[in-house]
Design a protein around this ligand. Structure first.
Ligand code: 13P
Length: 258
């Protein structure tokens, strides 16, 4: 961790009704609602965005969505746009999650259009990248991550690059209880920062947050967050309960201590 404000984002995936989401959000507000050293982002399903947004209004917690379409409006049944998310006061949107890529067939070109549309609407994209187990075993991790980052960020103006958050989520670590070791994760995070430097220059690259995601839990977070290029976490399972999520926020705050 360094001068970048750490970010802990909860990706609730397809979990929590509006009422359940509000209950969790209120518990989080009570415990970390005034935490200012760490940027906390809650990403409930679309159906709970409004209610959760109201529950965290006026606190340091921010709201994020889990996906969006790149078009502003039109005949796209079942989709939502950046403007609609802004209308609910979302500040962030997760894009290109591996579940979107593998289950819903999203490719880099579509994800790139969403990244550009999010930035255009002043939503901060959290662009997810990461390799499959077979790709890691074949020694292709850097190649896969490079293509996802370069294609995902194609056409992003340097002046907006700092709004982008990258989440490195090795697919084999998501929901499996297996985590990348801190050294493995740091290696890929440093590689990603190098890609950002090549595209936007070193100064901007040094300011972009790169999160780790994949079975991040209170018992492995300290070691991951101690790495220089790991600026926070995108949390799945451990974001669904107040206690584990609060512990992760506290780990991120602690990682700032000199
Ligand atoms: P888990 O923390 O459940 O492994 O999920 C990670 C993830 O996919 C966050 O986007």
């Amino acid at each position: 961790m360094s001068h970048r404000t750490p970010l802990i984002a909860g990706n609730w995936k397809m979990n929590k009704t509006p009422a359940e989401g509000v209950e969790l959000a209120k518990a989080l507000v009570a415990q970390v609602g005034t935490e200012s050293a760490v940027q906390i982002v809650l990403c409930p399903p679309f159906t709970a965005l409004d209610a959760v947004g109201r529950a965290i209004e006026g606190t340091h917690l921010a709201l994020g969505a889990q996906n969006m379409h790149d078009k502003a409006s039109g005949a796209f049944t079942g989709e939502v746009s950046a403007t609609m998310l802004r209308g609910l006061h979302a500040g962030y949107v997760i894009l290109g999650h591996s579940e979107r890529r593998s289950i819903f067939g999203e490719d880099d070109a579509f994800i790139n259009r969403k990244v550009l549309a999010a930035l255009e609407a002043s939503l901060k994209p959290i662009l997810c990248v990461g390799e499959l187990l077979s790709e890691r075993e074949a020694g292709r991790t850097n190649e896969v991550v490079r293509i996802q980052v370069e294609k995902g960020l194609a056409g992003v103006p340097a002046g907006r690059a700092e709004q982008v958050v990258i989440a490195y989520e090795p697919v084999w670590a998501i929901g499996t209880g297996k985590t990348a070791t801190p050294a493995m994760a740091q290696e890929v995070h440093a590689f990603i920062r190098g890609l950002l430097a090549a595209q936007f220059g070193a100064e901007i690259a040094a300011r972009v947050r790169i999160l780790y995601g994949g079975s991040m839990k209170p018992d492995n977070a300290d070691a991951l967050l101690a790495e220089h290029d790991i600026d926070g976490g995108l949390i799945g399972g451990a974001s669904l309960e107040a206690k584990s999520f609060v512990d992760l926020v506290r780990s991120a705050a602690k990682s700032l201590a000199p």
